[in-house]
Design a protein around this ligand. Structure first.
Ligand SMILES: [Fe+2]
Ligand SMILES: [Fe+2]
Length: 294
């Protein structure tokens, strides 16, 4: 088990400083609070869309957070203008040997807390009609115009996003089925793993009732609440113990709800401030000092 000065290695009150969707590429005149004005925290969690070109995001974090570890997953914007896998590789290289940990379908244990990270993408199946949701996403989402793959040779398409979602979902389920003793599990993804609050209370209506605009939500969210409820052992795999906390971004909203036995949280800033504006951004509820304990 690795440990560094200032990092708690035991105890139940590890403080996570959580944010996402800072969008430095669309931000003027905003920065993290100065060191003395920050909340008390043990680990910073950056759940994607910090900046296009992820290695610049790593550099930005290293210039600002020098002592505590930072967990950083790629959002959909990090690979804009680049190759989706090279983006993460460059970021991993920039972070190598530092206190920033770039996670993509892998884990980092810090003290008694295991962080499992992935962009996640979505299953396009939020409303039960994947084919329609994929068609709408292909038409409307910049993700499927601005991201390359296979060494820049190919355009990233919804079918590939679905494949990566399934891969990440399996990875996350494996972590939940691994014995972890007293360790806590914190999942960090960019895309949302649940419906929004309205649908958590009332299940969705028939998908035909939804407009194309509403159907686009399936490119932002999947319903993975199944992974938030304990499940028995199956096929030689151990029982599923859901994550304690699941952090996400991407929807540019604040979210904090317990689903099954997992606390799902998002603290996304979104675009802005724009030049000439002061302290305004997409999500008025964004709290730069948002800290929760695990
Ligand atoms: Fe975003
Ligand atoms: Fe995003």
């Amino acid at each position: 088990m690795s440990s560094s000065p200032g990092i708690k290695t035991t105890g139940t009150d590890v403080k996570l400083w959580i944010m996402s969707d800072v969008h430095l590429e669309s931000t003027r005149g905003w920065d993290l609070p100065a060191v003395h004005a920050r909340p008390e925290f043990d680990v910073m969690v950056m759940a994607g869309d910090l900046i296009t070109r992820m290695e610049r995001g790593v550099k930005w974090l290293l210039e600002r957070v020098t002592d505590q570890p930072v967990i950083y997953v790629s959002g959909n914007h990090e690979p804009y203008g680049g190759d989706i896998d090279r983006t993460v590789e460059k970021a991993r290289r920039a972070a190598h040997g530092t206190n920033v940990f770039v996670l993509q379908d892998d884990t980092k244990r810090i003290g008694d807390t295991i962080f499992a990270g992935a962009t996640l993408w979505t299953d396009f199946n939020l409303f039960g009609n994947r084919r329609r949701a994929i068609g709408i996403a292909a038409d409307r989402m910049n993700d499927f115009r601005k991201i390359r793959m296979n060494e820049y040779r190919e355009r990233f398409r919804p079918g590939y996003a679905l494949g990566r979602h399934q891969h990440s979902r399996e990875f996350l389920e494996r972590q939940m089925r691994k014995p972890r003793g007293d360790a806590k599990l914190v999942v960090v993804t960019h895309h949302a793993p649940v419906h929004d609050l309205g649908y958590l209370i009332a299940p969705p209506e028939a998908e035909e009732k939804f407009s194309d605009e509403e159907m686009l939500t399936a490119a932002f969210r999947s319903d993975l609440s199944e992974l938030m409820r304990p499940q028995p052992a199956v096929d030689g795999k151990g029982p599923l113990r859901p994550a304690n906390i699941w952090v996400h971004g991407h929807t540019h909203e604040s979210f904090d709800a317990v689903v099954g036995s997992t606390r799902v949280v998002s603290n996304a800033k979104g675009y802005g401030p724009w030049p000439g504006q002061e302290l305004t951004w997409d999500n008025p509820h964004f709290d730069v000092n948002f800290v929760i304990e695990v």
